[in-house]
Design a protein around this ligand. Structure first.
Ligand code: C5P
Length: 401
């Protein structure tokens, strides 16, 4: 399941250097199954050509209100018929000013006035233009008119200045669109997750770890943001960037992970243990690098705490979800894990089916039995897992109240 699949979005590209990011946005949207129709303003066409957008979207690109390709000369109405949203990225100061004043003297502005779908704008301009009282006034008017504003971001600008005004990156805009369209099944909920491996130091340069890319935990954190939750991700060492809208606490060892979880889990509605926590750690970590001696070497390992079982045993335990990666007898081990750790739900998978890969085959286990999900990418599975847990959580809250 993908919240953007099958949507129709009219993407207006106005004049700004950030127009190059819109080409990437079109690529991401099309990949997600969105039918994208690009409208390029004359100023936008100075930065990126219509050919680029046509090739990426697979649809004709529009610029002119009087385009003869539209048989009834109603481009301003026909283009947004059935559209789920009009998105303007980049939205220039000039275009935003026109929209705030209800002008309709070209295709772009008429489309925005003659619409009955949401309007989403991603401003992009120089810092001083953004901070100007006129722009601030226009943005207030647009927000009051129900327009959704994404960004701008702060940082280094094409003009060399640093400040607020940069358009959000394509992947951030994509996520914001997912959040915009996604069902808010976790609105008002706080979710804490663990993800990635843990690293148990032997000495300053060596340690014991598990192989875990962190991809599933990060995809779940992102899916929880899309579902409207406040998300805290306690992550072991991974190479993954922090998902937009997620508060990440980085840790290395299981003991650090346990401490970080304890510091944020109070008041959480959901705890999802995705981390591949090392079951054992060396009883001590040497202060200096251990020199090789040619002799056999012995390490004494002591068990690590089970973070998930500890959270599930709290008197005020949140709704707890665990993962079971097994090499055989999945039903037996996953259901056993759910009962032994006192969990509300377990996500089980056979390890040969998914470790390190982008797609996976999983089965969900809860008090109601087993629920296999269709094979899908980790991002899609994350939405499926969140939808299932949100359903259980909402039923759970109803029976509690
Ligand atoms: O018992 P096992 O390690 O197979 O359980 C896996 C589940 O328990 C995962 O959800 C994992 O995040 C969690 N876990 C944990 N702390 C441990 C071991 C596992 O939170 N020490």
């Amino acid at each position: 399941m993908n919240v953007l699949q099958g949507r129709k979005i009219v993407l207006i590209v106005s004049g700004g250097v950030a127009a190059y990011k819109s080409a990437e946005l079109v690529r991401l949207l099309v990949k997600a199954g969105v039918d994208v129709h690009v409208v390029l303003t004359a100023a936008g066409a100075r930065f990126v050509t219509a050919v680029t957008f046509q090739a990426l979207s697979g649809n004709a690109v529009w610029s002119d209100l009087w385009d003869p390709r539209m048989p009834n000369n109603m481009a301003h109405i026909d283009l947004t018929r059935d559209a789920d949203a009009i998105m303007i990225a980049p939205a220039s100061a000039d275009l935003l000013a026109k929209l705030a004043n209800g002008l309709a003297d070209d295709l772009t502005t008429t489309l925005c006035l003659a619409r009955d779908c949401p309007l989403i704008v991603a401003p992009a301009m120089n810092r001083q233009m953004w901070e100007h009282p006129a722009t601030m006034r226009n943005m207030r008017v647009l927000r009051d008119d129900g327009v959704t504003v994404l960004g701008p971001d702060s940082g280094e600008q094409a003009c060399g200045e640093v400040g607020l005004g940069r358009m959000l990156e394509a992947e951030h805009l994509f996520l914001r669109l997912e959040v915009f369209f996604g069902p808010k099944t976790l609105a008002g909920r706080k979710v804490v997750l663990t993800a990635g491996p843990t690293f148990e130091a032997i000495d300053p340069v060596r340690g014991i770890t598990n192989s875990s890319s962190g991809k599933m935990g990060y995809a779940l954190a992102r899916a929880c943001v899309i579902a409207g939750a406040e998300v805290v991700l306690v992550s072991g060492p991974t190479a993954l960037p922090v998902p937009d809208g997620v508060c990440r606490l980085s840790v290395a060892s299981a003991l650090e992970m346990r401490e970080a979880v304890a510091s944020v889990v109070d008041g959480a509605d959901v705890f999802i243990g995705v981390a591949a926590v090392a079951d054992y750690r060396p009883d001590r970590s040497a202060e200096h690098k251990i020199k090789k001696s040619g002799e056999a070497m012995q390490l004494t390992l002591v068990p690590n705490p089970d973070i998930l079982a500890e959270v599930a045993a709290r008197p005020d335990a949140p709704f707890c979800v665990g993962f079971a990666a097994e090499s055989r007898d999945l039903d037996h081990y996953a259901e056993g894990k759910r009962k032994n750790k006192g969990l509300d739900m377990v996500v089980g998978n056979l390890v040969r089916e998914g470790l390190g890969l982008d797609d996976n085959l999983v089965v969900l286990y809860d008090r109601g039995g087993r629920h296999p999900l269709p094979r899908a990418t980790k991002a899609e599975l994350a939405h499926g897992i969140v939808a299932h847990l949100a359903g259980l959580l909402n039923a759970h809250s109803l029976t509690r109240s």
